[in-house]
Design a protein around this ligand. Structure first.
Ligand code: GRF
Length: 207
């Protein structure tokens, strides 16, 4: 890679985009030495697209097709084409609510990361904060990990723990986890952009 070329992020999200905002602020202040090349969403009115446009970052809705939890083949092609056209070095999933498969995974193998609101491998899947509360754990948290073919199963890059309090509701615990995510994701992305991270099997090493 050209040493003068900035590390380029492609961010995918389906929701309100609070992690995207934390990442965009860390990019703007130079904490993450990268640029956000493009933001893509499968939801036309997702907050993440509005946040990107406010910051003059290219943002695009791509119709996901007929399925509820994955992209159809045309959508997969359209996402891959948009990310390749934007010449991204790393795909950053920030609340993207579809499982990525096949050609998408192959196109960006080892170059996709996700944030999940639990201390993986506990509580993969939906509403992880509620799963944690229902299970009665005393410590919850969030995980940044590489994306592989499974659900929330790739090698773990970073984790932050938060306490579960007796008076917690799903909402209060979710808020505490979300606040931790806003610190953890920029921290991990900064290390990835600086190429301070290597992978040895399931172990991700920080240099
Ligand atoms: C976060 O809780 C993240 O862990 C999960 O989706 C949520 C996205 O929230 N993958 P936001 O859209 O960044 O506010």
């Amino acid at each position: 890679m050209d040493a003068n070329k900035k590390f380029r992020l492609g961010v995918l999200g389906s929701g309100k985009g609070s992690n995207f905002v934390a990442i965009a602020e860390a990019v703007a202040t130079g904490k993450i030495p990268a640029e956000i090349a493009v933001v893509l969403s499968d939801v036309a009115d997702a907050g993440i697209l509005a946040h990107a446009r406010e910051r003059n970052i290219p943002a695009q809705f791509i119709t996901p097709g007929q399925f509820r939890t994955k992209l159809d083949e045309n959508a997969e092609c359209a996402f891959v084409a948009a990310l390749q056209a934007a010449q991204v070095d790393l795909i950053v999933l920030a609340g993207f609510m579809r499982v990525l498969k096949g050609d998408f995974l192959r196109a960006f193998a080892g170059r996709m990361v996700n944030i999940h609101p639990s201390l993986l491998p506990c509580f993969p899947g939906l509403q992880a904060w509620k799963q944690a509360l229902d299970h009665g754990v005393k410590v919850a948290g969030c995980t940044v990990h590489f994306v592989d073919a499974g659900v929330d199963s790739g090698a773990i890059i970073g984790q932050t723990a938060v306490p579960v309090l007796d008076q917690d509701t799903p909402e209060t615990l979710h808020q505490r986890i979300h606040a931790a995510e806003h610190e953890l994701y920029p921290h991990c992305l900064a290390a990835l952009a600086r190429r301070e991270i290597s992978v040895n099997g399931r172990r991700v090493l920080w240099h």
